[in-house]
Ligand binder design. Sequence first.
Ligand code: GLC
Length: 738
Amino acid sequence: MRSRLLSIFVFLGIQGILFSQSIDDKVNALIDKMTIEEKIGQLSQQNAPGLDLELIRQGKIGSILNEPNVDNVNKLQRLAVEESRLGIPIIFARDVIHGFKTIFPIPLGQSATWNPKLVESGAQVAAMEARKNGTRWTFAPMIDVSNDPRWGRIAEGFGEDTYLTSVMGVSSVRGYQGKNIYGKNSLIACAKHFVAYGAGQGGRDYHTVTLPENEIRDKYLPPFKACLDEGAATVMSAFNEINGIPATANKKYLNDVLREEWGFGGFVVSDWASVEELETHGFSENQKEAAKSAFNAGCDMEMATWTYANYLEELIQEGVISTEKLDDAVGRILRIKFEMGLFDEPYTDPEAYPMEANTEYKALAKQSAQESLVLLKNKNNILPLENNFQKVAVIGPLANAPHEQLGTWVFDGDKNDSQTPLTALEEHFGIGNVEYAPGLEYSRANTEEHFSSAMVAATNSDVVILFIGEESILSGEAHSRADIGLPGKQTELIELLSKSGKPIIAVVMAGRPLTFEKEFEKLDAVIYAWHPGTMGGPAITDVLLGKYNPSGKLPITFPRHVGQIPIYYNEKSSGKPATNDTWIKMDDIPIHAVQYSIGNTNHYLDYGFKPWFPFGFGLSYTQFMYSDLALNDTVFSMTDSIQVKVQIKNIGEYDGEEVAQLYIRDLFGSRTRPVKELKRFKKVMIDHGASEIITFSIHPNELGFHDANNKYVTEPGEFKLGIGGNSDIELTTSFYIK
Ligand code: GLC
């Protein structure tokens, strides 16, 4: 028996070597045949519109982006495979960020589900629809950690926390690529933007990033490591500079970390024109220098510009770029093309895929939208809307905005597929019982000409359901805002409606946290819907009616005022942390107060030190009580496993899902540690009246950080730990690592 098993292992081992060797052999054999122009051609990714097709025939294009039509994809592919000298297929790419045709909530909204499996399913649907249309590679997941809601691309990531972003990024990669990248259902993932793009000064897009290396290693690199460990096949370099060296030419991160430390075997693509922009940064003297710096730093493929095509051959002839490095870069790209089956199946048969936007896909999009909704307020439990309201006024610029509800980064979604809140509410209450008045034609509208009809609708109804927030264009790339309040005359609209005497339930659609604390006081209930995608209407309506009990939790801190930014849960203590009794409100300060007469702590005189809503916050129609938090020991060695358990009881009237969040604090370290760090979470359904015991296991190695020498360490000492339904919980137990 043993000898038989042994022979099977040996056979499989040989097969494995043959298979892997066969890909390496194929790559090397192909490289040996390639001219230098053809090699450089593989490093060139160009935009489909306006592309000179002759370049494809000449083997000078390795990848094409933004060709969404499968017939055109096949036509272009035919030129490469059947008319170029070596027939190397092209990899077709597209930004499929939160759906291709069936649009899921924006990633920030999907993060608010705290449901990794659901994020994975959404990515699987996106992969199937993208593949049906000939797209083989998506520029996703965007895993840029950021705590700045002014940044337009906060919409596109998974929020402010490194751990949550890592989990959601891995789920996305798993959903896009599947178990391996070979096969008809796999969409090549791209971990972007490498690195620290979300740390741009002032929340301005593309802007300067100045951070110590250990902060980058603690906060911004882990999601990339997690996604690459999950098998993400490509990485995209970022637009920003990092401490004076633009990311696209940053050897430290593109080579030393990505290649040498992590052993990443896939390839790096630049961001759009980010190679060319090395000159604009004032980093490269000219475009030839830009090509040299980017390539030698480790950027394999150039997106949308031609510096590689124009200068690499010259640079190689001058000996500034080695032929070995060129072959390495080409080899990485060809290996992915072989591994993903592009040589075996270069063409797409759309009939081999399910219909787009089918019932199953829409049901998943609806579930994702439902679970993304965060209940921020529910005064007197006005929600869910039992049947005690007959006449409903549906008001606001986002009540019937099929384009806006899709959100940013939607290239192929069809707004005609959108099911809006208005249509869903009319279906439920009956058209005769719903009075619709937008009040404002769009979120930025600065006119009150439609206010009177909105007031009439409110007066004629029992309850107002108000849809406010941001149009989709106000978030996303290059769409940062310095003031993140409600745009246009929405504040005035709320003020007016509050005079109707009718209860107002607000649903906010936005690509970022907004600051509307004063308006909030006039609202009876508030649901944050982000931009919920194609199925936003039915999802929101089900939550309003109680068919789904909201379970969403904030993946990002909501500031009270934009002036508080950056404000986030995992901040440092400082030597003078503020507390409620050290913050004396500005209006309470005595006239002619002397310098040291008020609390010397790190607060704002006007806006204190607390956010509006903390990371991880979200209400439910029921209530959950945590008890019996226990660890398997109080002192742990570096090799022990820390077992944690807690009881959660649903003490309300509705069945519901709770996201139990486990936070720790390392009380002291050779570098100061955050006051809290999310280390685990679990979403669990608990029937009303029932209890659940949930358990977590953590390894001391997960409690470390990069010290002053950028070395990852878990330092012995005391830790605090707490589990609850948001980050503003007390860490009620402690343990020691010795
Ligand atoms: C954009 C974005 C990047 C995107 C690329 C292609 O500028 O920064 O995320 O994937 O260009 O559209």
